[in-house]
Design a binder for this molecule. Structure first.
Ligand SMILES: CC(=O)N[C@H]1[C@@H](OP(=O)(O)OP(=O)(O)OC[C@H]2O[C@@H](n3ccc(=O)[nH]c3=O)[C@H](O)[C@@H]2O)O[C@H](CO)[C@@H](O)[C@@H]1O[C@H](C)C(=O)N[C@@H](C)C(=O)N[C@H](CCC(=O)O)C(=O)O
Ligand SMILES: Nc1ncnc2c1ncn2[C@@H]1O[C@H](COP(=O)(O)OP(=O)(O)OP(=O)(O)O)[C@@H](O)[C@H]1O
Ligand SMILES: N[C@H](CCC[C@H](N)C(=O)O)C(=O)O
Ligand SMILES: [Mg+2]
Length: 520
């Protein structure tokens, strides 16, 4: 595709500068579409985006120096740049980024059936389950989300939940090349507001739930809800047809999403009025089991995942797979094969006489659910070690503290990713909630501590745990880093737990002893 052809797709407001007079510049081949000057290579189109910290327009010169063949901008560029590099002016460069990438990659979104999962909690888990159902139905299915990305047989690291539009379209393009027919992606509310989905045509939307989070970004719960609703409003007939909105009917915001949806709606949940429901739900140490009833038939499901909330995640995933044509008798075994999602209720077992669970719960609702799921396992007492991210919704800190005091006997408040904030003061905001929650008549709290250093906090809980206890380490799940004001360090809750347990004489040490005993 040439510069001239790509510019035509953007329908620019204006083509300023004399560079357009050069036929060789107009006919130059486009080799990529980028929004970050630092990654520009010769042949790329550079799109200037106004961000939260920088204005991408300031890097147009750098991009040109690196060989950009076209620049997309919202306002005039300085230094005669428009005379050197063909420049198009657009009203909204974020949308232009999506349109340019869709044209450059030949609309890979139209060659795939796309399932998008949105909601405060459960997106990652629901995408894993949906992919499992689709694969069980024989569909080669890609995945894009918080923990990882799957393109054909390749598993790639993820740097955020929903990538920028051009990165997403590139992933879709690679999926098409790998003969995938479907892709399941998480759709964060940030992505909707920052137009990372512009120009991408989704077929199926799943709404998990809406509870407090991200108020630092959205300002109000209404704005947060509307970001999610806009995704359902975007499910218009489009080029592919057969669209569907799959909505958690039990969630108070479910009807709002249904009303806003441009596509037909299927509701799921535990209320028997819904289209896809679960009955006879049994929760326990082995996972959750239930009887699913749906317009596509009914069947017994035995999930390996624990917690009532995972019944919801499974119902949403099933509805998507069944709508896409996977027969129920293949969909259910697909769900049942999922062993777990990294960092979600992940048990670390090194032979210790108590359970240790690493989980990504980082919202009030997530923490409440995970502590209830922990109690379903019938432990002697529950410990919870957690903190809250810095530079994120502050309102959730005391609420999470109060939930911990209600649902756990032992609470250790610590740091999550403090980012630019003072770790100690984040802990104190959580502590306020613990003190308040402790006054509730149903509070289970017996003791709490503030240990700002996360490694020490984890060690304290593991050393304090008695046989039959369950220690829940929440908030960071699969993350392998910890972000402080000045630095980012390697930190993985699962590694720290193993390391401490081994120092306590479990793990390899225990296996070694067991081997020696067996050999004796
Ligand atoms: C709030 C937000 O989403 N911020 C994203 C945004 O950053 P920003 O606005 O600060 O960007 P910026 O640094 O000001 O730069 C502006 C532009 O100049 C460009 N630039 C910058 C420097 C340079 O030398 N050259 C250059 O070209 C940048 O690439 C960018 O295009 O654009 C950056 C480039 O794409 C992203 O990396 C960054 O995501 C950061 C990492 C982030 O933390 N995002 C979070 C809040 C997020 O999006 N989270 C949701 C999940 C939420 C959920 O759990 O539901 C997600 O989807 O991941
Ligand atoms: N359906 C659900 N309802 C409430 N809580 C849930 C649900 N599913 C998972 N959780 C809890 O929330 C945590 C995060 O789950 P998951 O990673 O699936 O959500 P997510 O929406 O992808 O999160 P993020 O927005 O950070 O990407 C889990 O570790 C669990 O504690
Ligand atoms: N997607 C969420 C993840 C939060 C995870 C938690 N560990 C934190 O860093 O706050 C966010 O960016 O707000
Ligand atoms: Mg996620």
């Amino acid at each position: 595709m040439t510069v001239e052809e790509l510019a035509a797709c953007l329908a620019p407001l204006e083509r300023p500068g004399r560079a357009w007079e050069s036929p060789s510049k107009r006919e130059a081949l486009v080799r990529g579409v980028r929004y970050d000057s630092r990654g520009v290579v010769p042949g790329d189109v550079f799109v200037c985006i106004r961000g939260h910290q920088h204005d991408g327009h300031a890097f147009a010169g750098e991009a040109a120096g690196r060989g950009a063949v076209m620049i997309v901008t919202e306002r005039p560029l300085q230094g005669g740049l428009e005379d050197q590099v063909p420049t198009v002016r657009v009203g909204d460069s974020r949308s232009a980024l999506a349109v340019a990438a869709a044209a450059f990659f030949s609309h890979p979104d139209r060659a795939l059936r796309l399932v998008g999962v949105t909601g405060t909690n459960g997106k990652t888990t629901t995408t894993f389950l949906t992919r499992a159902v689709l694969e069980a139905g024989g569909y080669r299915t890609g995945l894009v989300g918080t923990v990882l990305r799957v393109v054909g047989d390749e598993v790639l690291d993820a740097d955020r939940t929903t990538p920028e539009s051009s990165d997403m379209l590139e992933l879709f393009s690679r999926m098409v090349q790998a003969s995938s027919t479907h892709a399941v992606t998480e759709v964060s509310s940030h992505a909707v507001v920052l137009r990372r989905l512009a120009g991408i045509e989704y077929d199926v939307g799943i709404f998990t739930n809406l509870t407090q989070d991200h108020l630092d970004f959205h300002g109000t719960m209404e704005a947060y809800r509307d970001a999610k609703a806009a995704f359902f409003a975007s499910l218009t007939p489009g080029t592919k047809g057969h669209k569907l909105a799959i909505v958690n009917g039990d969630d108070p915001s479910g009807e709002y999403m249904a009303r806003e949806s441009a596509a037909p709606v299927v509701r799921y949940g535990l209320d028997p009025r819904w289209d896809v429901t679960a009955e006879q739900v049994r929760l326990g140490g082995q996972g959750a089991s239930f009887l699913v009833k749906s317009p596509w038939g009914q069947a017994e499901v035995r999930l390996k995942l624990s917690g009532r909330f995972n019944v919801y995640n499974a119902l949403g995933a099933l509805a998507a797979g069944l709508h896409e044509g996977v027969p129920l008798d293949r969909a259910v075994p697909g769900l049942e094969r999922v062993e777990g999602v990294p960092g979600r209720f992940e048990a670390i077992r090194e032979g210790q006489p108590f359970e240790v669970i690493v989980d990504y719960a980082h919202t009030p609702d997530g923490l409440e659910n995970i502590l209830k799921a922990a109690r379903d396992h019938g432990p002697r007492q529950v410990w919870v070690v957690f903190g809250c991210g810095g530079d994120r919704d502050r309102g959730k800190r005391p609420i999470m503290g109060s939930i911990a005091a209600r649902l756990a006997e032992r609470v250790v408040i610590t740091s999550d990713n403090p980012r630019s904030e003072e770790p100690e003061s984040i802990c104190r905001e959580i502590e306020r909630g613990v003190l308040e929650g402790r006054r509730s008549s149903e509070a289970r709290l017996q003791a709490y501590e503030v240990i700002v250093d996360r490694r020490q906090a984890i060690e304290q809980a593991l050393r304090g745990a008695a046989p039959g206890d369950m220690v829940v380490i929440a908030g960071k799940g699969h993350e392998t880093y910890q972000v402080f004001r000045e630095r980012v360090i390697h930190f993985d809750d699962r590694e720290v737990v193993r390391e401490v347990l081994r120092r306590m004489g479990y793990g390899e040490a225990t296996e070694g002893k067991a081997e020696r005993r067996a050999g004796a």
